[in-house]
Write a protein that binds this ligand. Structure first.
Ligand SMILES: Cc1cc2nc3c(=O)[nH]c(=O)nc-3n(C[C@H](O)[C@H](O)[C@H](O)COP(=O)(O)O)c2cc1C
Length: 384
């Protein structure tokens, strides 16, 4: 499907404004997601073979996940598994519902296979997301793969009240997903990235972990139910998503905090505010837009950050590698640099709905060639 998508489908999609095309794709997938018959057909065409990996006490059927931002409203939760993804990260969600930045706010740069976006966390708020997730569960359409949620800060919440904002969203959603990602790295909420500073981040991590490990909540439930603690209040794995624009020193401070606060992993990386050089006038125009850049130009830098984290933590802190992954080669690069899992956003826009399956197939081929049977044997292999 890769070639037909690029040559036949993509030109039609790219004739539409980027956010319109995104919304059309999501609406179509939501229709698929609600219907068992359509889901089964999509699963037959796009489903990935198994390439399992166990992490955070969860079983991932393959290491290729959907990155945050694609399904902000949990509109198509069951569809991502049918498209061959080994996990999905929903959101970003904030405590307060908010419209995001004015449109247009998503721009393609096809010559560089990149996107610039300044969405600004458009979402319906944590309570609405919780309701949507509960609906998928009640309809019996919950996917079998792990589901994560990306947590952002509401625009109206001042920075010094950020911890409470994240903690409220987390407390509302804790029982409804398998892992959570604290996003302090979006360039599109004013000053959000200041929350990567040690003191501010520590406050957020402390507040979220307090709820995550709240004994009173557990015992209350135990007393009421007079049964073993239901899994909805089990502590969830918590990860931090970082920007590619941080210095290695700043990353090292985050890694220290992560250890102190028992954080389970790092998602590296979000979009970058930097721009590569280009002579192409239409690309220059897109790069002049305010926002975060994703896609091919981000690939090697985010890989370097994955490698740095793996080296610094001696491979002890799992990394989800994200940024510019289009092919199995790109995913392999991230994995041998130290990523236990990878995620894709922009690659799907350019390569189409078969991207996860193509990457998983390619990874299996590479493992055969290398003579390894288990993906965990490959992680960090290029790091000396
Ligand atoms: C339109 C758009 C919206 C995004 N929204 C979010 C978001 O809400 N939260 C987040 O952590 N990352 C968000 N991202 C960043 C992606 O999850 C990913 O980290 C980044 O795009 C790099 O991966 P890629 O090169 O595969 O796109 C968004 C990216 C795009 C292009």
């Amino acid at each position: 499907m890769g070639w037909p998508y690029r040559k036949l489908v993509r030109p039609i999609i790219f004739a539409q404004e980027a956010e319109r095309a995104h919304n059309f794709a999501l609406t179509s997938l939501a229709t698929v997601a609600r219907d068992q018959f359509l889901s089964d057909i999509v699963g037959k065409i796009f489903g990935s073979p198994e390439l399992p990996i166990n992490l955070f006490g969860l079983r991932f059927p393959n290491p290729v996940g959907l990155a945050a931002g694609m399904d902000k409203f949990a509109a198509a939760v069951p569809a991502w598994e049918k498209l061959g993804f080994g996990f999905c990260e929903l959101g970003g969600v904030t405590w307060h519902a908010q419209p995001g930045n004015p449109e247009p706010r998503m721009f393609r740069a096809p010559a560089d296979e990149a996107i610039v976006n300044r969405m600004g966390f458009n979402n319906d708020g944590a309570e609405a997301l919780a309701q949507k997730l509960a609906e998928w569960k009640a309809a019996g359409r919950w996917p079998t793969h792990p589901v994560g949620i990306n947590l952002g800060k509401s625009k109206v919440t001042p920075l010094d009240q950020a911890a409470e904002d994240y903690a409220r969203s987390f407390g509302t959603l804790q029982g409804l997903a398998d892992f959570f990602v604290i996003n302090v790295s979006s360039p599109n909420t004013p000053n959000l990235r200041q929350l990567q500073d040690k003191a501010a981040l520590d406050e957020i991590l402390a507040a979220v972990q307090e709820i995550n490990h709240m004994p009173s909540r557990e015992s209350k439930v135990e007393n009421r139910e007079s049964a073993p603690r239901p899994s909805i209040f089990d502590p969830r794995p918590i990860l931090i998503k970082i920007a590619p624009d941080l210095s290695f020193n700043a990353i090292d401070e985050i890694l220290e905090l992560a250890e102190q606060r028992h954080i389970n992993g790092i998602v590296a990386t979000n979009t970058t505010i930097t721009r590569p050089k280009t002579k192409d006038p239409s690309t220059q125009k897109i790069y002049a837009e305010t926002g975060g850049l994703s896609g091919k130009p981000l690939r090697d830098h985010s890989t370097q950050i994955v490698r740095h984290i793996y080296r610094q933590t001696k491979g002890k802190l799992p990394v989800i590698g994200v940024g510019g992954i289009f092919t199995a080669d790109d995913a392999w690069e991230k994995i041998i640099a130290g990523a236990s899992l990878v995620q894709v956003y922009t690659g799907m826009v350019y390569e189409g709905p078969s991207i996860a399956k193509a990457i998983v197939h390619g990874l299996i081929e590479k493992m055969k060639k290398t003579g390894v049977h288990d993906l965990s044997q490959v992680i960090g292999n290029s790091v000396k």
